[in-house]
Write a protein of this length. Structure first.
Length: 81
């Protein structure tokens, strides 16, 4: 069994992030981490209609589409002057 070294190269780290980026649907917790917000902060954005959700029929769990999260980031960018 190979052990994970403490000195990963930048390309190894980028590859790990790339594997995460390919995921389409995120849980509420993952979406909050992606945007750097708390889970309750994400709930407030959802309730305000700022971020749509994906909810399979008769399921309790909700998901967030990565494309919607990226659109939210782009729509809320500003330049500091």
């Amino acid at each position: 069994m190979a052990s994970k070294t403490l000195t990963e190269t930048p390309s190894q780290k980028a590859q790990e992030r790339g594997n995460l980026a390919r995921k389409r649907l995120y849980t509420l917790k993952e979406g909050a981490a992606y945007l750097g917000r708390s889970e309750w902060g994400m709930r407030e954005l959802i309730w305000a209609g700022a971020i749509p959700i994906v909810k399979p029929r008769e399921a309790r769990k909700i998901f967030l589409d990565i494309n919607d999260l990226d659109r939210f980031v782009e729509a809320n960018k500003s330049v500091y002057r």
